[in-house]
Design a protein around this ligand. Sequence first.
Ligand SMILES: [Zn+2]
Length: 251
Amino acid sequence: MKQFVLIRSFRPFTLFCAVTVAVCAVTAAVCVHRAEATAAVKSGLPLKGKIIAVDPGHGGPDPGAIGVTGTAEKEVNLVLAKKLKRLLEEKGAVVVMTRDSDKAFSDVKKEDLDHRAAIVKKSGAELFLSLQCNAVPNSALRGGQTFYFPGSDKGKRLAEAIQRRFVTKLKNTDREALTLSSAYIMSALDIPAVMVEVGFLSNPEEEALLKDDGYREKIVAAIYGGIRDYYREEKDAPSWLPFGAGRDKTP
Ligand SMILES: [Zn+2]
């Protein structure tokens, strides 16, 4: 009888303890995130509270473009993405990477890109940047080139802001941002999205630069500068402007 009483009283107590531990764990996790967000907001950092997705293009069995001396695009993209992540985090942003190692989520390109898009959507990111390297038969071509999805007003402004930094700071091009409708991952996202082609691996000089750590730092600084310019312009855009002229509903 005594044993029965003990067992009966033990079960609710065990349940109570389990529930208490679970509630404490969830509360602790929420508190940690809130504390991080609060710290970021209080910090006064330029990208405080921003969630930004960075996608190192290609990976795993898909090397992307191959440079004149054999440099694989996927490796350049990953190194640059990691550097960009560090810099954006220093400036207060939360950064979500679609991959942080040499891998693809599927041998089928569309499945790989769908998986990356799902990571971005789940993260709650408000901007998407895919880092890429160019390669063309004409080995004389060089310099950075940004692309945005047609019809995306904010994507256009982000691409233009980064492109301006390439022109004025990196000084490796005089091109303008262009539309690109064939980039599947941009069409799969409903946030401002930009493909950043940092340079041409098919140009021997630029391939050497893209392997240089100092030049990589400059590329990343230029991309960060463009992101910061974009947010400044968004903040300054009058809210009364009609669609297409300033703030609007398009990503
Ligand atoms: Zn690529």
